[in-house]
Ligand binder design. Structure first.
Ligand code: SIN
Length: 357
């Protein structure tokens, strides 16, 4: 038996086929890999109104991705669970593992960018470390959340969407490691957590954000002038561990206790978070001079959130053979000093490094 097609149906099918053939082929969406490390973005609470006292790092990467189906409109997303920890437990050993995985993935031609989900408490430190050791121009974006995944108005899903959209966007190439939270794009070097609880916590108070996310596209206003990623001299590909560097925090009445304890513990460097412009009490100065004589590199930083520590200002750095941290926070100065010590112990060179990154 033969079947006869209706002539109008045949014409309609033909029109559709011709239209499909004429439509320009759509380029495949960029491949973005999400490396999950834990934090509040992967946290769960007993109730939807609990935003404190929850358990961080419980939701896996597959669930994080599945919770935001809109990701599929901006990128082809795959995920890996690298760690599942609260970020107060992040260590330099974790950073080395993460940096190697980022560098491996970015060397692949099929990977356009990386998003790292991370607890917010030490997110800025991981971001700055990666900014100094990632060997690729492709975007690397760190993201977290202030509210657990189970909360009403959880901020994680929108933050994740923006971070993936940023990592997938060609405009983000060559800008160094970025943090994308609450619609803002910040440079890893400049950003810091400014509130223990507010959603709007990540800011770059000294120099401002790089840009904003608008309808899933980045709008950039400025670029960082400090060297990063492919332009740095740091290579951690075969490094077993980072040199041990400690931070001593100054306060009214602080003496030499913390500095002496660090020196006795065998650190290679001490970042002194001094008061004001990195000022040192008489006792702290004496302890740091002794530490320097023992070969420990001393960096003068400040506990103040804004402004640089001026060389040869509140201490005679040339004579004492100290280094100044510029406007890096003590926790970021510690990272740069540890990486600098993988290259040199010459304090003039280390000061050059602090001017450059
Ligand atoms: C953490 O840093 O892992 C807990 C806090 C947070 O992610 O906001």
């Amino acid at each position: 038996m033969t079947t006869r097609r209706h002539p109008t149906l045949v014409a309609a099918l033909l029109t559709l086929a011709l239209a499909a053939a004429a439509a320009p082929p759509q380029p495949p969406l960029p491949h973005v890999v999400i490396l999950a490390t834990g934090g509040t973005i992967a946290g769960t609470a007993a109730s939807s109104t609990a935003t404190v006292g929850y358990k961080a790092a419980t939701v896996g990467v597959a669930e994080l991705i599945a919770a935001v189906p809109e990701l599929a409109s901006v990128a082809r997303v795959t995920g890996e669970q690298v760690f599942q920890i609260a970020s107060e437990n992040m260590t330099p050993a974790h950073w080395l593992i993460l940096a190697r995985r980022v560098n491996e993935l970015l060397a692949r031609p099929d990977v356009a960018g990386i998003v790292i989900t991370h607890g917010t408490d030490t997110l800025e430190e991981t971001a700055y470390f990666l900014d100094l050791v990632v060997k690729s121009e492709k975007p690397v974006v760190l993201v977290g959340a202030m509210r657990p995944a189970t909360a009403i108005s959880a901020d994680g899903p929108m933050n994740l969407f923006n971070a993936v959209a940023l990592a997938a966007s060609p405009e983000a190439v060559g800008r160094g490691v970025m943090v994308c939270m609450n619609d803002r794009i910040d440079a890893a070097r400049d950003v810091t957590k400014t509130s223990t609880v507010a959603l709007d916590t990540f800011r770059s108070p000294e120099v401002g954000e790089l840009g904003l996310m608008e309808r899933g596209r980045p709008v950039f206003y400025r670029a960082t002038t400090r060297l990063h990623t492919t332009a740095t001299e740091f290579d951690v590909s075969s490094l077993k561990e980072l040199p041990n560097v400690g931070i001593a925090l100054a306060y009214a009445g602080s003496g030499r206790l913390e500095i002496d304890a660090l020196a006795a513990a065998g650190v290679k460097g001490i970042v002194n978070a001094g008061v004001g412009d990195g000022s040192l009490s008489i006792e702290a100065k004496a302890a740091l001079v002794e530490a320097r004589k023992r070969g420990i590199v001393v960096v003068r930083a400040s506990r103040i959130a804004g402004g640089p520590v001026v060389r040869d200002g509140e201490a005679d750095d040339d004579a004492l053979d100290f280094v100044v941290a510029d406007n890096l926070s003590p926790q970021k100065a510690r990272i740069l000093l540890a990486l600098a010590l993988t290259r040199t112990s010459d304090t003039r060179e280390i000061q050059r490094i602090f001017r450059r990154y």
